[in-house]
Design a protein around this ligand. Structure first.
Ligand code: ADP
Ligand code: GLC
Length: 477
């Protein structure tokens, strides 16, 4: 099977969140299963820099306001197709916002162009690579299925994966003419979405299969509370909606070989892990204390992640343990954490991959108090690194962590702690519970070991994607 993947980020070239991790890891996991994936991504400066030797395989003369080319390149084990269109992508800042933190004003054109190129490749514009399946991710690639549909004629099967329904790519209806879509596309059966144009809506309307990144989130998005305006459409198409859990790259995240750690370790040598705790405490200016439970956070700072609730719980953590928080995002939240002036609380407000690894290796507990979480990757890293995850029981967090209740403890299957509903009182109760359990060393060690034995790799999820691809091809033929 030849698969074209279309997304706006890919690890290790350009990343703002878990989307990049997933899009970067899936091709390698699918290769042994008979699916050969090429990934189309925009030619941001970081991407062009990473692909020094590239071959131009297609030229556009007037492409959403300028010239464009499709470059073919291979780097970091990835087969890439890069949409090089300097008027759209050659700028500083991140893929979606400028250095002022505001959305790029031409995002509608930037990601329509990505989608148009994806649809063109799907239709066979590159004779040497004609995909059987186009797999698009999130709203930035959402117009691919719409272009494939309105172009008419034979087309590849199309799968959309929703990584986060909160980001929908909504733009004013006035841009329709500039999108290269016919006027009839502006209807409820087309790209119209509450009077605007919805890129994710378009994907959900026209894709042959809709997946999201955990089974529980796949159910949540069918309900009004989790559907964020799209639950009606999703319920109508529920027969083609499924949830496939994410994995993590177990080579990038391997405590036995991780060069970012002060001390490498594995499940059989768990005692060595304490060197990382001490190194983390030292690096962050926290007191070096093996007995105080050290809570960790590695996260985007946003309402989704429940980190406003955690900010209110800082005095409690300061009393019962310590906190190593690494995060960047909402200015208001960054300001709150920057202002925290408590001896046992350390907040590093930036993106830092090396520190993220050390936190996973040194923290006793990894906190993920999300209000909603399509899958979540940091709790998977925590399981692998023996940091016990304390999570809200939502979305993929519910599917990947087994709460340390009496039954699960006596059955020997618990891997972490869960709480729900997500509010201040229950978050604080869960923090207290974790701190107490931490002092019960035999139980704690069992939790750690169970977590480290959980399979968080891409092996099973990749098999589910390969099966889905085969099914969608069989039903198309
Ligand atoms: P989301 O995609 O919603 O942000 P995920 O848990 O799926 O959440 O993925 C987040 C990814 O980004 C993980 O790989 C995590 O380690 C990484 N990450 C998040 N914040 C930071 C940060 N401040 N520094 C380094 N890595 C981070
Ligand atoms: C999104 C979600 C996160 C998920 C990631 C990768 O960013 O917020 O829960 O893990 O995508 O699928």
């Amino acid at each position: 099977m030849q698969v074209l993947s279309v997304a706006s980020e890919i690890y290790p070239l350009i990343k703002t969140g878990g989307l990049a991790d997933v899009v970067g890891a899936l091709p390698g996991a699918l290769a042994p299963l008979g699916a050969s994936v090429r990934s189309l991504i925009p030619g941001y400066p970081a991407v062009l820099k990473a692909i020094e030797t590239a071959q131009a395989v297609h030229h556009y003369t007037n492409f959403y306001g300028g010239k464009g080319r499709i470059l073919q390149a291979a780097t970091s084990g990835l087969d890439l197709l890069v949409l090089d269109a300097p008027h759209l992508y050659d700028r500083p800042g991140n893929p979606y916002v400028g250095i002022d933190g505001k959305d790029w004003p031409d995002n509608a054109a930037r990601f329509a162009a990505l989608s148009r190129a994806g649809a063109d490749i799907g239709k066979g514009i590159l004779p040497a690579f004609v995909p059987d399946i186009v797999h698009v991710h999130d709203w930035q690639a959402g117009l691919v299925p719409a272009y494939l549909y309105y172009d008419g004629g034979p087309r590849p099967a199309c799968v959309v994966t929703v990584h986060n329904l909160a980001f929908q790519g909504q733009f004013p209806s006035g841009i329709l003419a500039s999108l290269d879509l016919p006027p009839q596309a502006f209807g409820v059966d087309g790209v119209e979405y509450y009077g605007t144009i919805g890129y994710l809506k378009a994907a959900l309307q026209f894709a042959d299969r809709i997946t999201t990144v955990s089974p529980t989130y796949a159910l949540e998005i069918l309900q009004p509370e989790g559907g964020m305006g799209l639950d009606g459409l999703l319920r109508r198409r529920r027969k083609i909606v499924s949830g496939i859990l994410n994995g993590i790259d177990t080579q990038v995240w391997n405590p036995a070989t991780d060069a970012h750690l002060a001390q490498m370790y594995d499940e059989k040598h768990l005692a060595k892990r304490s060197r990382n705790k001490a190194a983390l405490q030292e690096r962050l200016g926290l007191s070096i204390d093996a007995e105080r439970p050290l809570f960790g956070v590695v996260s985007r700072l946003s309402w989704q992640k429940g980190l406003d609730l955690l900010a209110d719980a800082l005095p409690l953590i300061n009393e019962v343990g310590q906190l190593a928080l690494l995060g960047a995002g909402d200015q208001a939240l960054e300001d709150r954490y920057a202002a925290a002036n408590l001896p046992n609380i350390s907040c590093e407000l930036r993106y830092d991959e090396a520190l993220a690894h050390l936190i996973q290796a040194g923290a006793d507990i990894l906190l993920v108090p999300s209000r909603f979480e399509p899958c979540g990757l940091t709790q998977l890293c925590a399981l692998r690194y023996g940091a016990v995850p304390l999570v809200a029981r939502v979305g993929g967090l519910a599917d990947t962590v087994v709460d340390a209740n009496e039954m699960a403890m006596s059955a020997g299957v618990a891997t972490g702690l869960q709480f729900w509903p997500v509010n201040q009182v229950l978050l604080e109760a869960a923090i207290q519970r974790a701190a107490q359990l931490y002092h019960d060393k035999p139980s704690w060690t069992r939790l750690q070991r169970n977590g480290m034995r959980s399979d968080v790799s891409w092996q099973h999820p990749a098999q589910s994607y390969a099966t889905l691809y085969r099914e969608v091809l069989a039903s198309a033929s």
